[in-house]
Ligand binder design. Structure first.
Ligand SMILES: Nc1ncnc2c1ncn2[C@@H]1O[C@H](COP(=O)(O)OP(=O)(O)O)[C@@H](O)[C@H]1O
Ligand SMILES: [Mg+2]
Length: 198
C-alpha cells in the first residue's frame, strides 16, 4: 500500500483544517460537529440518517447541487440545499447542504479494500502522468474511467461520471485521501468528497 501522507504532500495536499467557526443558524444550533476538513464542517442532524454539511469549496457545492451532478449508488444522497449561511475566511460563501449520514471505511471491510485499490490505481496513474503537472489527476481519473478495474459495473459508471464532472466543471479529483471515501451503513463505498479546486 502506498504512503498516503507522503503521496498527498507530493501533490501539495498536506492536511489543513478549515479554521472557521460554525455559523449561527437555526438548523445548526446545538448540533454536534462530527467532521471537519480543509473546506467543510459536518454536523450530525441527530436523527441517525442525515448530516448538515457546511461547504466552502465551490467544487463541493457544484458536486452536491448541480442538475448534472454525478448520481448512483456510489455518490451521496443529497436531501436539501439550505442556501448560504455565512462566509468563510477564504472569502467563499458557506453553503448549507443536508445530506445522508456516512461512516468511515470500516477496517477490513470490502468497501475499504475497494477504496484502497482505487487509491492505489489512481496514484499509479498519477505517477505515470506526472509530467502533466496539475492535469495529472484529471488524466489519471480519465484513464481509470476508460480502463475497468474489474470491479462492479456501477463502480465503473461512477468513475466515468466523476471523470465527466471533473472535465465539465474544471475541478480536480481529490481521491488520494481515504477520508474522502466513506461508506453507508449497508457497506456501499461512497465518493463523499471526491473533488476540489486548487
Ligand atoms: N456525509 C457525511 N456523514 C458523516 N460524516 C461525514 C460526511 N461527510 C464528511 N464527513 C466527515 O467530515 C470530514 C470532512 O468532510 P469532507 O467531505 O472530507 O470535507 P472537506 O471538503 O473539508 O475535505 C470527513 O473526513 C468525514 O470524517
Ligand atoms: Mg475531504
Amino acid at each position: 500500500m502506498i504512503d498516503l501522507a507522503a503521496a498527498r504532500s507530493q501533490v501539495g495536499r498536506a492536511s489543513i483544517l478549515l479554521p472557521d467557526p460554525v455559523p449561527a443558524h437555526p438548523l445548526l444550533d446545538g448540533k454536534q460537529e462530527i467532521g471537519r476538513g480543509e473546506y467543510s464542517i459536518v454536523l450530525d442532524k441527530g436523527d441517525g440518517e442525515r448530516v448538515y454539511k457546511i461547504v466552502s469549496s465551490p467544487a463541493d457545492y457544484f458536486l452536491y447541487t448541480a442538475d448534472d451532478r454525478p448520481c448512483g449508488e456510489h455518490f451521496p444522497v443529497i436531501h436539501a440545499d439550505h442556501g448560504i449561511v455565512g462566509r468563510a475566511q477564504s472569502g467563499y460563501p458557506l453553503h448549507l447542504i443536508e445530506m445522508e449520514k456516512l461512516y468511515p471505511l470500516a477496517d477490513g471491510s470490502p468497501a475499504e479494500e475497494l477504496a484502497l485499490r482505487l487509491i492505489d490505481t489512481y496514484w499509479s496513474a498519477c505517477q505515470q502522468w506526472s509530467r502533466l503537472g496539475m492535469d495529472m489527476g484529471r488524466i489519471a481519473l480519465y484513464d481509470m474511467a476508460m480502463n475497468p478495474l474489474a470491479a462492479s459495473d456501477n463502480l465503473q459508471k461512477a468513475l466515468k461520471a466523476l471523470s465527466d464532472f471533473v472535465e465539465d466543471y474544471q475541478v480536480l479529483p481529490d481521491i488520494l485521501n481515504a477520508n474522502n471515501l466513506m461508506m453507508r451503513k449497508d457497506g456501499t463505498l461512497v465518493f463523499s468528497d471526491p473533488v476540489f479546486i486548487a
